[in-house]
Design a protein around this ligand. Sequence first.
Ligand SMILES: Cc1cc2nc3c(=O)[nH]c(=O)nc-3n(C[C@H](O)[C@H](O)[C@H](O)COP(=O)(O)OP(=O)(O)OC[C@H]3O[C@@H](n4cnc5c(N)ncnc54)[C@H](O)[C@@H]3O)c2cc1C
Length: 547
Amino acid sequence: MPDASHASSPRQLDVAIVGGGLGGLYAIHRLRKLGLKVRAYEAGSGIGGTWFWNRYPGARCDVESLEYSYSFSDELQQEWKWPERYGTQPEILKYINHVADRFDLRRDVQLNTRIKTATFDGATNEWTLRTESGEDIRARYCIMAAGNLSTPRVPNFKGIGSFKGKWYHSGLWPHEGVDFTGLRVGVIGTGSSGVQMIPLIARQAKHLHVFQRTANFSLPARNAPMEEERESRHKAEYPARRRAAYDTPFAIGGYPRPTQSALDVTEEERNAAYEAKWQEGGSISYLYTYTDLLVNKEANDTASEFARNKIRGIVKDKRTAELLAPKDHPIGTKRLCLDTNYYETYNRDNVVLVDVRSAPIQEITEKGVRTAEAEYELDVIVFATGFDAMTGALREIDIRTSDGAVLADHWEGGPLTYLGLMVSGFPNMFVVTGPGSPGVKTQMIASIEQHVDWIADAIDHLGRHQLDRIEPSPQAESEWVGHVNAVADSTLYPLANSWYVGANIPGKPRVFMPYVGGFDRYKKRCDEIVSKGYEGFTLSRHKAEVA
Ligand SMILES: Cc1cc2nc3c(=O)[nH]c(=O)nc-3n(C[C@H](O)[C@H](O)[C@H](O)COP(=O)(O)OP(=O)(O)OC[C@H]3O[C@@H](n4cnc5c(N)ncnc54)[C@H](O)[C@@H]3O)c2cc1C
């Protein structure tokens, strides 16, 4: 029940923002510049989103830090110094806190505040957000910056409550850290988080069992301390580089566009090209070796096989190497991991890979994990099992309108959005990097900035034209969803059972969620829609007096 003190005096805002990560923080900054009254609500006890929650050993970005950073302020990008090629989680969190102080964002962030419901009232043209403690917030516009990878998923294993040891999820890591020294540890899951933490846990633990259902491709990050010369060159070229990034599919500049098909060159040339990328480190650069690695299976097979052979060359035990070499999806069609000594870790005496594809986990017992084949006694279990991606955070909020529209019903068969930015039937509610946007397939901060800029421009446009309501037409929404799927179907992405299609969540509708047509094409489409008077959107004036 709402507490009376809150209920009697709802806070009145122009724009309410859900989430205090990179998206929510940039939205505060950008909307304030329009003179709007804004406030962000964050469930966590600190800002930073992903980088606040994911404190597991080895957590770091897999896009180089000089790219994976805000571009909206040249002073900021010039003054900040990244100590390593790929920033660690503490470093990125320090950066986010610096940004919040530098741009005085904290005064408009309310921490420890989870939004439970969001209701649009058609009569007053306002959203009311209600917090877990019953506080009501009213706002003309609402921005969901609740994150794509912010709803950790612990599989519903039988017996989990009976385990006598400790368990952790990578996305809800204790702030004080976990000491694995001398312990028998089990890591369940070998996606990006598992791949990052496994080499470090292996060094501390007495014994490590890795429970793998699906092997993922991982490439060497080649992380290293930042070279001064590289940093100053990059900084000198920043404005041009950021502009160039906007013309690339992944929103990352600096990689020459591929010009050839993998099938147009000899095997020798191809392997030399892949070898050079392997040595250079980084995932985008590998996928950018040829034009057709993500659209032509035969071309992709060459890159996948090269990576599989690398794994076979590193991992000494043949059976383990074959289990680690992915064969069920083309390279790049699931999130491509970057690692430091991941495959080498399986050569250690204290590490064992357990194949839970052939012998699935049946239950968690008092002592550890029981598979169809054996029971593994453990002191600690780490779930690196990922997130209810892309729709999880929005589905956890009860979002509805006075007309009877309910987001959970509207999305029953899979998420429907126009541009990933808005949902038909839910006026004045914007989503940052939602399903249908290219966000998760890009350097996400670039997508966040582009989305928030688009949203801010739309709100500004409404204000300047004495309008106060915007919503996409059902037709525009369904055409966009059709386009997102058609583009995905023209690539190899649908061949993978990935979180892009919700495959990691039992019962989740199997729909391809991200737009994989490229950030460059997406941005052009967004700009074109604006230049055509917000094509596909209905803009209207609800009240005589406009806020
Ligand atoms: C381990 C990991 C590594 C990553 N590495 C990269 C990388 O290298 N490059 C890259 O481009 N991207 C990476 N990502 C993606 C990353 O999520 C984005 O880059 C970016 O941080 C997203 O920012 P955001 O603000 O949109 O969402 P988030 O950072 O997820 O923030 C959303 C916030 O909303 C809050 N929230 C959610 N629901 C509610 C609610 N109902 N009420 C109140 N608050 C709520 C959450 O607590 C969270 O703090 C990574 C993700 C993970 C998990």
